[in-house]
Design a protein around this ligand. Sequence first.
Ligand code: CA
Length: 229
Amino acid sequence: MSKILIIEDETAIADLERDYLEINDYEVFIENDGTKGLEAALGDDYDLIILDLMLPGVDGYEICKRIREEKNIPILMVSAKKDDIDKVRGLGLGADDYMTKPFSPSELVARVKAHLSRYERLIGSNQKSNDLVEIRGIRIDKTARRVYIDGEEKTFTTKEFDLLTFLAENPNHVFTKEELFREIWDMDSIGDIATVTVHIKKIREKIEFDTAKPQYIETIWGVGYRFKV
Ligand code: CA
Protein backbone atom coordinates (compact mmCIF):
# COMPACT_ATOMS: atom_id res chain seq x y z
CA MET A 1 0.00 0.00 0.00
CA SER A 2 1.46 3.35 -1.00
CA LYS A 3 2.10 5.82 1.83
CA ILE A 4 1.16 9.44 1.27
CA LEU A 5 2.06 12.39 3.44
CA ILE A 6 -0.20 15.45 3.37
CA ILE A 7 1.36 18.65 4.69
CA GLU A 8 -1.56 21.05 5.01
CA ASP A 9 -2.54 23.50 7.73
CA GLU A 10 -6.23 23.67 6.83
CA THR A 11 -7.48 20.57 8.61
CA ALA A 12 -10.78 20.41 6.70
CA ILE A 13 -8.90 20.23 3.40
CA ALA A 14 -6.38 17.74 4.73
CA ASP A 15 -9.17 15.52 6.06
CA LEU A 16 -11.06 15.63 2.77
CA GLU A 17 -7.93 14.70 0.83
CA ARG A 18 -7.24 11.90 3.26
CA ASP A 19 -10.78 10.50 2.99
CA TYR A 20 -10.63 10.32 -0.78
CA LEU A 21 -7.16 8.80 -0.84
CA GLU A 22 -8.07 6.21 1.79
CA ILE A 23 -11.10 5.14 -0.23
CA ASN A 24 -8.60 4.48 -3.00
CA ASP A 25 -6.49 2.29 -0.73
CA TYR A 26 -3.69 4.68 0.07
CA GLU A 27 -2.26 4.94 3.55
CA VAL A 28 -2.38 8.61 4.52
CA PHE A 29 -0.53 10.66 7.12
CA ILE A 30 -1.19 14.33 7.88
CA GLU A 31 1.05 17.03 9.32
CA ASN A 32 -0.55 20.42 9.97
CA ASP A 33 2.52 22.60 10.15
CA GLY A 34 5.61 23.06 8.07
CA THR A 35 8.22 22.20 10.66
CA LYS A 36 6.66 18.84 11.56
CA GLY A 37 5.85 18.25 7.91
CA LEU A 38 9.46 18.66 6.85
CA GLU A 39 10.63 16.46 9.68
CA ALA A 40 8.20 13.70 8.68
CA ALA A 41 9.00 14.04 4.98
CA LEU A 42 12.72 13.61 5.58
CA GLY A 43 12.53 11.13 8.43
CA ASP A 44 10.00 8.60 7.16
CA ASP A 45 9.52 6.73 3.92
CA TYR A 46 6.60 8.02 1.90
CA ASP A 47 5.75 7.27 -1.71
CA LEU A 48 4.29 10.70 -2.45
CA ILE A 49 3.86 14.05 -0.73
CA ILE A 50 1.00 16.50 -1.10
CA LEU A 51 2.42 19.82 -0.04
CA ASP A 52 0.57 23.04 0.68
CA LEU A 53 2.51 26.19 -0.10
CA MET A 54 1.53 28.54 2.72
CA LEU A 55 2.21 26.85 6.04
CA PRO A 56 3.01 27.89 9.58
CA GLY A 57 6.65 27.16 10.44
CA VAL A 58 8.64 26.19 7.38
CA ASP A 59 6.79 27.10 4.16
CA GLY A 60 6.13 24.87 1.18
CA TYR A 61 8.88 26.43 -0.95
CA GLU A 62 11.54 25.52 1.57
CA ILE A 63 10.06 22.07 2.28
CA CYS A 64 10.02 21.23 -1.43
CA LYS A 65 13.62 22.34 -1.83
CA ARG A 66 14.78 20.37 1.20
CA ILE A 67 12.97 17.16 0.18
CA ARG A 68 14.47 17.40 -3.30
CA GLU A 69 17.97 17.56 -1.87
CA GLU A 70 17.45 14.09 -0.43
CA LYS A 71 14.63 12.29 -2.18
CA ASN A 72 13.10 11.96 -5.62
CA ILE A 73 9.60 10.89 -4.56
CA PRO A 74 6.74 12.71 -6.31
CA ILE A 75 5.73 16.05 -4.77
CA LEU A 76 2.34 17.50 -5.58
CA MET A 77 2.13 21.17 -4.60
CA VAL A 78 -1.14 22.87 -3.80
CA SER A 79 -1.97 26.50 -3.20
CA ALA A 80 -5.01 28.70 -2.94
CA LYS A 81 -3.38 31.32 -5.15
CA LYS A 82 -2.80 30.72 -8.82
CA ASP A 83 -0.09 33.43 -8.80
CA ASP A 84 1.85 31.49 -6.20
CA ILE A 85 1.66 28.34 -8.28
CA ASP A 86 3.05 30.25 -11.26
CA LYS A 87 5.83 31.59 -9.07
CA VAL A 88 6.72 28.13 -7.75
CA ARG A 89 6.83 26.71 -11.26
CA GLY A 90 9.18 29.52 -12.20
CA LEU A 91 11.53 28.75 -9.32
CA GLY A 92 12.06 25.20 -10.53
CA LEU A 93 11.98 23.70 -7.04
CA GLY A 94 11.40 20.28 -8.48
CA ALA A 95 7.75 19.64 -7.63
CA ASP A 96 6.14 17.13 -9.99
CA ASP A 97 2.72 18.71 -10.19
CA TYR A 98 0.75 21.75 -9.06
CA MET A 99 -2.88 22.22 -8.18
CA THR A 100 -4.83 25.35 -7.35
CA LYS A 101 -7.33 25.10 -4.50
CA PRO A 102 -10.17 24.38 -4.58
CA PHE A 103 -9.79 21.25 -6.68
CA SER A 104 -12.01 18.20 -6.95
CA PRO A 105 -10.87 15.32 -4.74
CA SER A 106 -11.26 12.89 -7.63
CA GLU A 107 -8.86 14.95 -9.70
CA LEU A 108 -6.39 14.81 -6.82
CA VAL A 109 -6.73 11.02 -6.66
CA ALA A 110 -6.23 10.74 -10.43
CA ARG A 111 -3.05 12.80 -10.28
CA VAL A 112 -1.73 10.90 -7.26
CA LYS A 113 -2.31 7.63 -9.11
CA ALA A 114 -0.55 8.88 -12.23
CA HIS A 115 2.49 10.16 -10.35
CA LEU A 116 2.82 7.03 -8.25
CA SER A 117 2.72 4.72 -11.24
CA ARG A 118 5.22 6.88 -13.12
CA TYR A 119 7.49 6.86 -10.08
CA GLU A 120 7.13 3.10 -9.67
CA ARG A 121 8.11 2.61 -13.29
CA LEU A 122 11.12 4.80 -12.68
CA ILE A 123 12.38 2.91 -9.64
CA GLY A 124 11.08 -0.47 -10.82
CA SER A 125 14.04 -1.17 -13.02
CA ASN A 126 16.74 -0.58 -10.43
CA GLN A 127 15.12 -1.57 -7.16
CA LYS A 128 16.86 -4.59 -5.70
CA SER A 129 14.76 -6.23 -3.08
CA ASN A 130 14.04 -9.81 -2.20
CA ASP A 131 10.53 -9.05 -1.20
CA LEU A 132 9.32 -6.78 -3.95
CA VAL A 133 9.18 -7.34 -7.66
CA GLU A 134 8.39 -4.13 -9.52
CA ILE A 135 8.09 -3.99 -13.25
CA ARG A 136 6.42 -1.04 -14.90
CA GLY A 137 2.95 -0.71 -13.31
CA ILE A 138 3.12 -4.08 -11.55
CA ARG A 139 4.23 -4.39 -7.97
CA ILE A 140 4.43 -7.83 -6.42
CA ASP A 141 4.90 -7.98 -2.68
CA LYS A 142 6.24 -11.47 -2.16
CA THR A 143 6.19 -11.30 1.61
CA ALA A 144 2.55 -10.30 1.83
CA ARG A 145 1.69 -12.19 -1.38
CA ARG A 146 -0.15 -9.17 -2.75
CA VAL A 147 -0.16 -7.72 -6.22
CA TYR A 148 -0.81 -4.12 -7.25
CA ILE A 149 -1.51 -3.01 -10.78
CA ASP A 150 -1.00 0.73 -11.18
CA GLY A 151 -1.44 1.09 -7.43
CA GLU A 152 -4.64 -0.93 -7.32
CA GLU A 153 -4.61 -4.26 -5.53
CA LYS A 154 -5.79 -7.32 -7.47
CA THR A 155 -6.58 -10.73 -6.04
CA PHE A 156 -4.74 -13.76 -7.34
CA THR A 157 -5.09 -17.45 -6.49
CA THR A 158 -1.99 -19.16 -5.08
CA LYS A 159 -0.95 -20.69 -8.40
CA GLU A 160 -1.71 -17.53 -10.37
CA PHE A 161 0.45 -15.60 -7.90
CA ASP A 162 3.29 -18.13 -8.12
CA LEU A 163 3.19 -18.18 -11.90
CA LEU A 164 3.09 -14.41 -12.28
CA THR A 165 5.91 -13.96 -9.75
CA PHE A 166 8.06 -16.61 -11.39
CA LEU A 167 7.67 -15.03 -14.82
CA ALA A 168 8.21 -11.50 -13.52
CA GLU A 169 11.36 -12.56 -11.68
CA ASN A 170 12.76 -14.04 -14.87
CA PRO A 171 11.94 -11.34 -17.36
CA ASN A 172 12.66 -11.82 -21.05
CA HIS A 173 13.25 -15.52 -20.53
CA VAL A 174 11.04 -17.73 -22.69
CA PHE A 175 9.61 -20.67 -20.78
CA THR A 176 7.77 -23.60 -22.33
CA LYS A 177 4.44 -24.61 -20.82
CA GLU A 178 6.08 -27.83 -19.62
CA GLU A 179 8.78 -25.89 -17.78
CA LEU A 180 6.21 -23.61 -16.17
CA PHE A 181 4.05 -26.55 -15.15
CA ARG A 182 7.01 -28.31 -13.54
CA GLU A 183 8.09 -25.10 -11.82
CA ILE A 184 4.74 -24.09 -10.33
CA TRP A 185 2.82 -27.30 -9.83
CA ASP A 186 4.25 -30.14 -7.80
CA MET A 187 4.51 -33.65 -9.16
CA ASP A 188 1.35 -34.87 -7.47
CA SER A 189 -0.78 -32.21 -9.07
CA ILE A 190 -3.57 -33.31 -11.27
CA GLY A 191 -3.43 -31.41 -14.46
CA ASP A 192 -1.34 -30.89 -17.51
CA ILE A 193 0.15 -28.09 -19.52
CA ALA A 194 -3.35 -26.86 -20.44
CA THR A 195 -3.52 -25.72 -16.81
CA VAL A 196 -0.71 -23.29 -17.57
CA THR A 197 -2.67 -21.79 -20.48
CA VAL A 198 -5.74 -21.35 -18.32
CA HIS A 199 -3.74 -19.66 -15.57
CA ILE A 200 -1.97 -17.33 -18.00
CA LYS A 201 -5.38 -16.29 -19.33
CA LYS A 202 -6.65 -15.54 -15.81
CA ILE A 203 -3.53 -13.57 -14.93
CA ARG A 204 -3.80 -11.53 -18.12
CA GLU A 205 -7.39 -10.62 -17.32
CA LYS A 206 -6.11 -9.05 -14.12
CA ILE A 207 -2.93 -7.36 -15.26
CA GLU A 208 -3.42 -6.45 -18.89
CA PHE A 209 -5.22 -3.35 -20.08
CA ASP A 210 -6.12 -5.18 -23.30
CA THR A 211 -5.83 -8.98 -23.12
CA ALA A 212 -5.79 -9.13 -26.93
CA LYS A 213 -2.57 -7.11 -26.90
CA PRO A 214 -0.71 -8.24 -23.79
CA GLN A 215 1.93 -5.80 -22.58
CA TYR A 216 3.39 -8.03 -19.91
CA ILE A 217 3.11 -11.74 -20.59
CA GLU A 218 3.84 -12.40 -24.22
CA THR A 219 2.92 -15.60 -26.04
CA ILE A 220 5.78 -17.00 -28.07
CA TRP A 221 3.89 -19.13 -30.54
CA GLY A 222 4.88 -22.76 -30.56
CA VAL A 223 7.20 -22.26 -27.60
CA GLY A 224 5.61 -20.76 -24.50
CA TYR A 225 5.57 -17.49 -22.64
CA ARG A 226 7.83 -14.75 -21.49
CA PHE A 227 7.45 -11.69 -19.29
CA LYS A 228 8.40 -8.62 -21.29
CA VAL A 229 10.31 -5.74 -19.75
CA1 CA B 1 -2.04 26.88 3.89
